[in-house]
Ligand binder design. Structure first.
Ligand code: AMP
Ligand code: FES
Ligand code: ZN
Ligand code: ZN
Length: 319
């Protein structure tokens, strides 16, 4: 850090400089700023209130544990959910990440719900992947499907009002870039900081960290002494999402603030009606409309929403 930067609040040497905000902050004021900003975003985007019961999906990584820490400091009623995927492959990834989540909850006396996928379904995520059509050998797509389903189901069955996840700006901008390059309208329309429950079996979903850069969350976790799993999932290497994150980081070095601007301009474009949608194909009053304006059907086996009539993708996978 060069000497021209000083903490804007107290003038002390800063721990972080955020060129996109023209803001540098010290070790004391940076974590406070993150907490205050999160509260501001929760209100600005109408994510939830102090009356709501929140369920934070925690992976044992820096973002989701930091999110739980922030919401806890802000006095929200928030329990955690850890999904054990059975990803071990000699790395001990699932066991280690669960240990981080367990330890975090125990230190703060918070409730953590643990769902063990191999114990519940008789197969780990890599095993399910082997017999699935969804992916070309990589478990990420099956993993995403199973995680989303378990999150929805636990939130619904345990009476939570809102499900919160630790997605940061780097995650959201990379997803947006991937979807925009092929103009995947359905996915683009579903990408929102807050996604209302479009079906009786769903709960509202919110991403309170969506405006923070990944490096800011890493700095926050470090300063708050949050013990998280540093390693990525062993299957993350070489994924499209990492590639797009790297591309955006290259853009950011020549154009500070580009990542944030890309995502916020998307939200503005949506506000101003660029993506106005009409509900098509609603033929039955019991059908719901999804975020993309398409009808949502109800899976006859599990009661969860599905975009095609009949068994949902999850029931086809585990059924
Ligand atoms: P990812 O899809 O791995 O980028 O993770 C995005 C968000 O999903 C994280 O910030 C967590 O909130 C949640 N998440 C990811 N993995 C798990 C897990 N194993 N158990 C619970 N929540 C998870
Ligand atoms: Fe699901 Fe890596 S965390 S495949
Ligand atoms: Zn300061
Ligand atoms: Zn189903």
């Amino acid at each position: 850090m060069t000497t021209k930067h000083r903490c804007r609040k107290c003038g002390a040497p800063p721990v972080i400089n955020m060129p996109q905000h023209r803001l540098a902050l010290c070790a004391e004021h940076f974590p406070q700023w993150i907490v205050e900003q999160t509260e501001r975003f929760i209100r600005k985007y109408h994510m939830f209130t102090h009356e709501d019961r929140l369920l934070a999906a925690v992976s044992g990584g820096k973002d989701s544990l930091s999110l739980w820490d922030i919401l806890w400091q802000l006095g929200y009623t928030v329990d955690g959910l850890y999904i054990s995927l059975g990803i071990d492959d000699g790395t001990g990834y699932s066991a280690e990440s669960q240990a981080k989540a367990d330890q975090f909850a125990a230190q703060r006396n918070l409730k953590l719900i643990v769902v063990d996928v191999p114990a519940l379904y008789g197969e780990s995520i890599p095993q399910m992947t082997q017999r699935s059509q969804r992916s070309k050998g990589k478990p990420c797509s099956v993993c995403g499907l199973v995680k989303r389903r378990i999150m929805d189901q636990i939130a619904r069955d345990n009476g939570y009002d809102v499900l919160v996840t630790g997605h940061n700006l780097d995650d959201e901008a990379a997803t947006l870039l991937a979807n925009t390059l092929i103009w995947d309208a359905d996915r683009i329309l579903r990408q929102q900081p807050v996604l209302e429950a479009h079906h009786p079996a769903l709960r509202r979903k919110a991403k309170p960290l969506f405006r923070f850069y990944e490096r800011e969350m890493a700095a926050y976790a470090l300063l708050r002494k949050i013990d998280y799993i540093y390693d990525e999932c062993p299957y993350a290497e070489g994924t499209r999402s990492i590639f797009f994150k790297q591309l955006l980081n290259r853009l950011e070095t020549v154009q500070p603030g580009a990542k944030l601007k890309f995502y916020l301009s998307f939200l503005q474009a949506r506000e101003s009606g660029l993506f106005n949608i009409t509900a098509e194909g609603i033929t039955d009053e019991n059908m719901s409309i999804g975020a993309g304006g398409k009808p949502l059907y109800t899976c006859p086996s599990c009661g969860q929403p599905t975009i095609v009539p009949g068994l949902c993708a999850f029931c086809r996978l585990v059924g």
